[in-house]
Design a protein around this ligand. Structure first.
Ligand code: SF4
Ligand code: FES
Length: 248
């Protein structure tokens, strides 16, 4: 395939960015989107130009690093896949592909297509954990009975990889789906009940402090989420938040 790439280039957080055009040839359908960018970068390096900076790590859909806005969609046109698992067969010979970083004030651009998503880490640090005494007296988790549906729902919420596509898809740049997934994975389990009140209050407070917008239930986050995290998690977090506020 021959393609035209329009790629956001920005030297650093302070610099003004712009879309630059790069023609590329010899792209095969079985390549991943990141492999296609690797081919471009090889060419740029061989010509003595600066390669395009983009974030990636696992390249198998589990780390959430490869967050790109492709033709206006987080992670591109396929469903339930991350950018690293997006295949070039989703595009046609002669296509023009626009590639931008995720756009949100809480995700400032570091360089080109790489953004700083440590705001998500701070939300996680505000309560996305269970405090456990690891002194050697820890009870085996399997000794605590958990309803099968709750276990499955908790597991599904825990599959959120923190990629930020929900934020990039949302016209309000809301981080509710991410935060709700992180709250839900504990709210559904007996182990998570002990710190439930502080967890939801602290995580939502941190989410607001980071400058993410409010949720107006457009559902765009659920559609673009590569892990299929359901809007039900937002409803659950709202219930948790209400009950925690009444207690507080
Ligand atoms: S909820 Fe989905 S889109 Fe949002 S960070 Fe988690 S995996 Fe990514
Ligand atoms: S590089 Fe890890 S999810 Fe894509």
């Amino acid at each position: 395939m021959k393609l035209t790439l329009k790629i956001w280039r920005q030297k650093n957080n302070k610099a003004k960015g712009e879309l630059k055009t790069y023609p590329i040839d010899g792209i095969e359908g079985d390549m991943s989107f990141l492999e296609m960018l690797d081919v471009l970068n090889e060419e740029l390096i061989n010509k003595g130009d600066e390669p395009v900076v983009f974030d990636h790590d696992c390249r198998e859909g589990i780390c959430g690093a490869c967050s790109l806005q492709i033709n206006g969609e987080p992670h591109g046109p396929d469903r339930l896949v991350t950018t690293c698992q997006l295949h070039m067969r989703m595009f046609k010979d002669g296509d023009t592909i626009t590639i931008e970083p995720f756009r949100a004030n809480a995700f400032p651009v570091i360089k080109d297509l790489m953004v700083d998503r440590t705001s998500f880490e701070r939300i996680q640090q505000a309560g996305g954990y269970v405090s456990v005494n690891t002194s050697g007296n820890t009870i085996d988790a399997n000794t605590i009975p958990v309803n099968k549906q709750d276990a499955d729902d908790s597991f599904n919420a825990a599959t959120c990889i923190g990629c930020g596509a929900c934020v990039a898809a949302c016209k309000n740049v809301s981080a509710m789906l991410f935060t709700a997934a992180k709250v839900s994975q504990f709210a559904l389990l007996p182990q998570g009940k002990v710190e439930a009140t502080e967890r939801v209050l602290n995580m939502v407070a941190q989410m607001d402090k980071e400058g993410f917008g409010n949720c107006t239930n457009t559902g765009a986050c659920e559609i673009e989420c590569p892990k299929g995290i359901s809007l039900e998690n937002i409803a659950r977090m709202n219930r948790e938040y209400l009950s925690a506020s009444l207690k507080g």
